[in-house]
Design a binder for this molecule. Structure first.
Ligand code: TYD
Ligand code: MG
Length: 471
């Protein structure tokens, strides 16, 4: 038998090399390559059908066979089910990533308890915390009576043997995949090879047994789920749990989903008694809004299929630096540069001597181009020192020509705004799917000049010098 050789494996992407090098050619990471025992045969690959005999023909089927809707188990937590696409699919594997302390273990404890209370067999395997710590959390959540089966373990073969014994398991949570190790892989626990090998065994078990497996994954500083990207490719769904320490709400977002949509978000609020679902995120994001301040505009956005209103705040202040600062939280900095350039070139405004700060209130991250108009309104309002109408919402995409282009789902945005008490909407004039009788007053905006003129008209006389060429 050949002696086990060593190889150098990138701990970030899993690429293997014959010798050490400072930079991984595959993913470009520096100092990510470490010595590992020989690339072990993929766990289980050499076992099973035994040796290198001839393969057996596999039965082939047509595409038109009976394709049933994948059987799902709803967790009972509405916001979680919304993100997974209606519940956990049997035999599927979900990777859930997020910063430490964001609430992954809390959310999964609540999901386990909700399922177990409905009579399903549910296991929670913790590789990071002792049984006592998990119990303490359950007690704090008021869920210690839920019939969840609990263990602190890290050896994958033991875990799979446990799952195989007894009645069929509906859901198993592995907290976290980075702590798992398999004896069929020769590398040390925690290495990329171990993580990949352990994930592979658990995924195979899920497919064979029909249990749904949830893997918790740690996130590196730059927001990637740590360990090999390969794990992301192997699982059926990747969900990220986001939020920042300063805010008590959390957003669950599907990054990849083989059985559902990837643009839905679930919104939770971290309370003293665990994560509470937020059924009306707009009310939460708009809470505490200072409606009379200059530089704040309400954006009527869409997250997945759900309209969400959020306040966009801008501050334009005289700069003392040679190169003025541009800082953005919750939006794309490149998009801000573009909107500023269009406002300067097409709207006749001057931002060149000012620092510009843009913030999406509440910590939400917006990726829709429809936010351009709201961001522009906030910027103009701050520059002019003139507050916008407190009962107006803004949406629309700005083109480089200064034209405001229509965006999708205008009706849903208008309805949500009217439901929350807004009376006016500044929307692209070419919006097509607008109802004949919109629920609020529409102010069509054809191009950026219209917006500058409308806001300048509201300008108080105190700071007349700031808008250069309005009118
Ligand atoms: P946890 O689920 O352990 O995070 P993760 O598994 O993602 O690392 O949650 C940790 C944080 O949540 C911790 O700082 C305390 C807070 N928390 C609450 O505010 N309320 C609660 O009911 C619970 C259980 C936790
Ligand atoms: Mg945890």
């Amino acid at each position: 038998m050949a002696k086990a050789l060593s190889s150098y494996v990138c701990q970030s992407c899993g690429a293997a090399y014959n010798r050490w090098q400072g930079k991984c050619d595959a993913c470009g990471g520096w100092n990510t390559i470490a010595l590992e025992a020989a690339a072990a045969p993929l766990p289980g690959a050499a076992r099973g059908s035994g040796a290198r005999g001839k393969g057996r023909p596999i039965p082939l089927e047509g595409l038109s066979g009976a394709a049933q809707e994948p059987p799902r188990v709803a967790s009972g937590i509405g916001e979680l089910d919304r993100v997974t696409g209606g519940g956990f699919v049997k035999g599927s594997v979900i990777l859930i990533g997020g910063d430490p302390g964001i609430g992954k273990s809390t959310l999964l404890t609540q999901a386990c308890a909700a399922l177990a209370q409905r009579g399903e067999r549910v296991l929670y395997i913790s590789g990071e915390e002792a049984v006592g710590q998990v119990r303490l959390r359950a007690e704090r959540l008021g869920l210690s009576q839920a019939p969840v089966e609990l263990a602190a373990a890290t050896h994958v073969e033991d875990i799979i043997a446990t799952l195989a014994a007894g009645p069929p398991v509906r859901l198993v949570v592995i907290d976290s995949i980075q702590t798992m190790w398999s004896s069929s892989v020769e590398s040390a626990p925690g290495t990329v090879t171990q993580v990949r090998g352990s994930a592979q065994l658990l995924i195979r078990h899920a497919k064979d047994s029909g249990a749904c497996v949830i893997l918790v994954g740690h996130v590196t500083k730059d927001g990637q789920i740590a360990g090999p990207r390969v794990v992301e490719h192997m699982v059926d769904a990747v969900i990220s749990f986001e939020g920042d320490g300063g805010h008590h709400f959390r957003i669950l977002r599907a990054v990849k989903n083989r059985f559902g949509p990837t643009d839905e978000i679930g919104v939770f609020e971290m309370t003293g008694g665990g994560l509470a679902e937020v059924a009306n995120p707009s009310a939460l994001f708009l809470a505490g809004r200072d409606a009379g301040a200059a530089g704040a505009a309400v954006f009527a956005g869409i997250e997945g299929t759900r309209p969400v209103l959020v306040e966009i705040q801008a501050l334009v202040a005289p700069s003392s630096l040679g190169t003025p600062r541009r800082a953005v939280v919750g939006w794309d900095p490149a998009r801000l540069s573009m909107v500023l350039a269009v406002l300067e070139a097409r709207g006749g405004l001057k931002f060149g001597m000012s620092d510009v700060y843009l913030n999406v209130a509440g910590g939400l991250r917006i990726s829709e181009p429809a936010a351009d108009l709201a961001a522009a309104a906030a910027l103009i309002s701050s520059l002019a020192g003139s507050p916008l109408a407190p009962d107006a919402v803004y949406f629309g995409e700005i083109g480089l020509s200064g034209a405001v282009r229509p965006v999708s789902l205008a009706n849903a945005r208008l309805k949500e705004a009217s439901k929350l008490g807004f009376r006016a909407a500044h929307a692209p004039s070419a919006t097509r799917d607008m109802e004949k009788d919109p629920p609020l007053r529409l102010n069509p905006v054809g191009d950026i000049g219209d917006l500058v003129a409308a806001i300048a008209a509201r300008r108080p006389a105190r700071r007349p010098h700031v808008i250069a060429g309005d009118g």
